[in-house]
Design a protein around this ligand. Structure first.
Ligand code: GTP
Ligand code: ZN
Length: 212
């Protein structure tokens, strides 16, 4: 059965080095065998195909253009020029060191400069970068930099609070640890009262995005 998924259109075309789906599934069979199980046993027969489909979900950000997401903007309504904050955006990513989940929340704010953007687009930009292999610092900076470059607002702030499963389910095995990263640009960086206002709006909130 031919199942079409978001990355199918990229299969080799445009990314000539991208392995085929059959090669990806063969690699997963190798990993199952390496882990100590038998990829030919009934319960595992469909697993390589399922894992490949899961990867297309986990890593769909490679097929997205974060800048294009922000190109549709609206004229500022009635001169609204105050801070816009999108708080507690659920964040699902994978760490580039161990390829296991990073789960948390992102808070994104900007100070409009004549034009505003549909709020879902900010969450889409978070996903476009999160659905890749990441480290949290780079993810935080990429989101802020893209909003800054495309919207050219008076300021951008991005804070991410997340748990890294590479720290909880393997390695050092510490649970309940949140990594907090931030990137402040424009007025959020230069004006202490703007930064304070933003931080007070996101402060004291329970970080609900992760359990690890
Ligand atoms: N700065 C940063 N480090 C991360 C992030 N995600 C995972 N790490 C860390 O990346 C490091 C990789 O360290 P290595 O020593 O190369 O790998 P490792 O032997 O698996 O390390 P342990 O996790 O300590 O077992 C670990 O300390 C992870 O905790 C991230 O988003 N940012
Ligand atoms: Zn990791």
């Amino acid at each position: 059965m031919d199942i079409h998924t978001p990355l199918d259109h990229l299969d080799n075309a445009g990314h000539p080095d991208r392995p085929s789906r059959a090669e990806a599934e063969a690699a997963i069979r190798t990993l199952i065998q390496w882990a100590g199980d038998d990829p030919a046993r009934e319960g595992l027969l469909d697993t390589p195909a399922r894992v490949a489909r899961s990867y297309e979900d986990f890593f769909r950000g490679y097929a997205e253009d974060p800048e294009a997401i922000l190109t549709r903007t609206f004229e500022e309504i009635e001169g609204y020029d105050e801070m816009v904050i999108l708080r507690d955006i659920r964040l699902e990513s994978h760490c580039e060191h161990h390829m296991v989940p990073i789960i948390g929340v992102a808070h994104v704010a900007y100070l409009p400069n004549r034009r505003v953007v549909g709020i879902s687009k900010l969450a889409r930009v978070v996903d476009a970068y999160a659905k890749r292999l990441q480290i949290q610092e780079k993810l935080t900076a990429q989101i802020a930099n893209t909003i800054n470059e495309v919207l050219q607002p008076r300021g951008v702030a991005v804070v991410i609070e997340a748990g890294h499963e590479c720290m909880s389910t393997r390695g050092v095995h510490k649970t309940g640890v949140a990594m907090v990263t931030s990137r402040m640009l424009g007025a959020f960086r230069d004006d202490p009262s703007t930064r304070r206002e933003f931080l007070s709006m996101i402060q004291g909130r329970r970080c609900t995005g992760f359990e690890s």
